[in-house]
Ligand binder design. Structure first.
Ligand code: ARG
Length: 563
């Protein structure tokens, strides 16, 4: 609808001799109008007239349009230079009908591209904790938004499976004389934290663990066998957690899979003279003369020959390029790795592997406790992800007597909704405070509220006959508000896609639910006499519930059978 309004306004601008494209935005005074156009201000500067003169001229010409009512109910000028637009029933209903017949009709038409999404990124052998949730939720949601627009996505979990933690765990296993067949997740959960703190205290042991890691990377057979076992056990556990959250990965690759590209990668950088030596290590200078703050060189290879995080990330780009030739690679990784990705992207660009513009780091903030520090349990530990799910489940069940009777499947869906809606309503780069009690309320901006709204209307809709015709009437303000809100959804998806921000969708679906509930409270649909009016409203309600359902899917939220 906004696009069409812009076209109408642009035509009038051109007729008056103003050579710009009109911009129409949602009104910030919803009580006065639906949309506004603020172009009179810029036009005034360009054409050396007052905004008043220009604005009034535009408004008069719009009002003189022969087909005014196809678009507008009222267009007025407001000082100092705003054009306020109230749209007509005709245009509202036109778009409602388009959406009803083809849900995706109003989405922007884009050339189909391939996106690789790099998220999840768990480190094998380390327990998953609450901090690992955001990458999954944001990553899977962005993947769904991208596919909704018709693009191809390839999700790669990019496990940390070749780092120092592996050497530490192998050292522990050998020290314990642990039989390889007895290595299970319980053992890994115990041995990794032990070894990790031991290495912090003891430089010697830390060095030994680093040597084991290096030997493993160089092909040591005994270590390789243990590594395989650790991988098998740990990945099974990681999958269980990711499955619970509904994340889907096309590729279960890791840092270790990048090693086969390292020689070729090194040759590329060498042939372009991009590698220099510094204290025995190989580095790549990625600084630029106009850098505002210093960007240190990328550490490519240590003096002992070991490769590093940045080198495997570069090798991974090379591998992805060869196998999938993607248009974009998106990394959904903690904000704190911003510098790492800046270095990697610059190096990739410098060596013509993939251009800087095709690589995006979509950083996210921290999940904090009420003290503003990274979330911990009451006893001061970082909670395991699995326990977090368990706590959320228990809390939800304890909230209402009847929750105890729900099926396990339904409860899992609601727990997912609680966690996901809480997370995804925040702009991804911001930190947020984890407050399970608040998140699981049925009132307020929560997952349960949205689910409850959907299920409530679904029940009503199921009990009614609805014909697929809509009259041209709009019956009252609540009805009108709801229709306008529904039409907004394609613009919301477009913004969420452009900025890779699922919270636009969470915001929107919440607001849609609020408008929908207000509509329903003020209009007694179920026992209405007027059959035409009743059918129109059921038609609208059905469409709005369809939008809610699709938006929930983009937020990776499944709908339980009851609540
Ligand atoms: N394993 C890494 C970590 O825990 C995250 C991996 C992110 N992806 C990447 N391509 N670097 O820090």
């Amino acid at each position: 609808m906004i696009n069409e309004l812009e076209l109408v306004l642009t035509k009038v601008f051109n007729k008056l001799g103003y050579d710009i494209k009109a911009k129409v935005i949602k009104s910030n005074r919803i009580d006065l109008c639906d949309f506004q156009c603020d172009n009179a201000f810029t036009l005034a500067k360009t054409y050396h007239q007052s905004p008043l003169e220009i604005g009034e001229k535009i408004v008069k010409n719009l009002n003189d349009l022969e087909n005014f009512n196809d678009y507008f109910d009222e267009v007025t000028f407001v000082l100092p230079g705003f054009i306020n637009i109230k749209v007509s029933n005709t245009i509202i209903n036109k778009y409602i009908k388009i959406l009803k017949s083809d849900f995706k009709a109003l989405l922007p038409k884009q050339e189909k591209e391939t996106f690789i999404l790099d998220f999840g990124g768990a480190n094998v052998a380390k327990p998953l904790h609450v901090g690992h949730m955001r990458t999954i939720l944001v990553g899977e949601s962005i993947a769904r938004i991208i596919r909704f627009l018709g693009h191809k996505t390839i999700s790669d979990v990019h496990l940390g499976d070749y780092g120092l933690q592996i050497g530490q765990v192998i050292y522990g296993i050998l020290g314990d004389n642990k039989d390889i067949n007895e290595i299970d997740i319980k053992y890994l959960d115990k041995i990794y934290p032990e070894m990790s703190s031991l290495c912090k205290e003891n430089e010697d042991i830390k060095d030994k663990c680093a040597q084991i890691t290096k030997k493993l990377q160089d092909g040591d057979l005994e270590y390789h066998k243990l590594w395989k076992k650790i991988l098998e056990v740990s990945i099974k556990d990681i999958k269980k957690n990711y499955d619970f959250l509904g994340a889907n990965f096309d590729l279960w690759l890791g840092e270790s899979d990048a090693y086969k590209y390292l020689d070729e990668l090194k040759n590329i950088f060498d042939s372009k003279d991009l590698i220099t030596t510094s204290e025995g290590a190989l580095i790549i200078d990625v600084s630029k003369t106009d850098d505002k703050k210093e960007i240190p060189p990328l550490l490519f290879q240590k003096s002992n020959g070991a490769y590093l995080y940045a080198s495997t990330d570069l090798a991974t780009i090379l591998g992805r390029k060869k196998l999938y030739n993607p248009n974009h690679i998106l990394y959904i990784v903690d904000n704190r790795q911003a510098l790492h990705f800046e270095q990697v992207f610059r190096a990739s660009d410098k060596a013509d592997i993939m251009p800087y513009s095709s690589l995006e780091h979509l950083g996210y903030g921290t999940v904090n406790g009420s003290d503003g520090k990274p979330y911990k349990t009451r006893s001061g530990e970082t909670p395991k992800l699995e326990n977090l799910f368990k706590n959320a489940k228990e809390l939800f069940i304890s909230k209402k007597e009847s929750n105890k009777d729900m099926s396990n499947e339904d409860i899992d869906k609601i727990v997912n909704a609680i966690l996901k809606f809480a997370d995804l309503q925040n702009s991804r780069e911001k930190d947020y405070i984890f407050d399970l009690n608040k998140f699981s309320d049925v009132t307020g901006k929560t997952g349960p509220y949205v689910l409850y709204t959907y299920l409530r209307f679904n029940k009503i809709l199921k009990s009614q006959e609805i014909s697929n015709t809509l009259t041209n009437n709009i019956y009252n303000k609540y009805d009108r508000d709801l229709r306008i809100k529904i039409i907004e959804f394609s613009n919301v998806i477009e913004s969420a896609f452009n900025e890779r921000k699922p919270h636009y969708i969470a915001d929107y679906v919440y607001n849609l639910c609020v408008v929908c509930n207000i509509f329903y409270q003020n209009n007694y649909i179920s026992n209405m006499e007027d059959k035409t009016n009743k059918n129109d409203w059921l038609y609208i309600l059905e469409l709005s519930n369809k939008v809610i359902k699709e938006m929930l899917n983009l937020l990776v939220i499944e709908i339980p059978s009851i609540m």
